[in-house]
Design a protein around this ligand. Sequence first.
Ligand code: SAM
Length: 288
Amino acid sequence: MENLSNPSTIRELLTRHGFTFSKALGQNFLINPSVCPRIAEMGGAQPGFGVLEIGLGIGVLTAELAKRADKVVGIEIDSRLLPVLQETLEEFDNVRIIHGDVLKVDLHRVIQEEFAGMEVAVCANLPYYITSPILMSLLEQRLPIRSITVMVQREAAQRICALPGTREVGAVSIAVQYYSQPKILFQVSRGSFMPAPEVDSCVIRLDVRAAPAVPVQDEQAFFQVVRGAFSQRRKTLSNCLSSSLGLPKGQIQQLLESAGVSPGARAEQLSMEQFGAVADAYAMMISH
Ligand code: SAM
């Protein structure tokens, strides 16, 4: 179907299907015709690749992915969009749509069953209300994927891609960078969507690492330390960890010193390796 980026075509299509936008499901559809081809090209949609898309809307990005990749599997939660997609993606025989919540679908199984013999990439214009849970779920499951290319709110992009040791870094940046190398690809203005959201967006790509950024003894302990370290922005590491891990301050100070980290430091000053060292010291402490 032509012109899935054209506002009047979209309005006609959606009215015909009795569809109204759901804010709760983060439904802001792309109407800027230059954006989807760029996401598809920079996101790895190419021969030899299967692409997993999250949240299809009316299929404007899906069509660009399907033109380039061997196969596209899309997961869409809103059943009202299924008849719309059937119409808009009719010409593609390499698209399969799964009706469901991406956080509940068994993605290992989907990849195994749908993308045998292909490299896999994830592409999406994400529903903003669950950006971090989706990214963390994709990464934590250790799916056999090469990259994740997604549109997110600009602030979320900056947070996710902030480097350890910089002011903007947070627990999400460390967690994402443990599993992948994130990069901001380009910005997209709010006027590129229907309806227009209140903020601008960015497309980012996470290149999934073959092995975590730092080797740690106990991943659970690592993420506990990272979350705890950033739990109170203005406080020192020893204060944050003492309250989040429920240990006396003296013990935390000892733990930090044994990891070679100053107890007066703040989470945003730590390198990935230092987070790894603190996590290993904590893992050793709780195992005794
Ligand atoms: N890809 C389309 C585009 O770019 O125009 C739509 C993007 S829109 C920002 C997000 C889409 O994700 C909506 O179609 C929404 O219904 C869907 N969605 C929201 N929550 C979801 C979930 N948990 N699982 C799967 N899809 C979801």
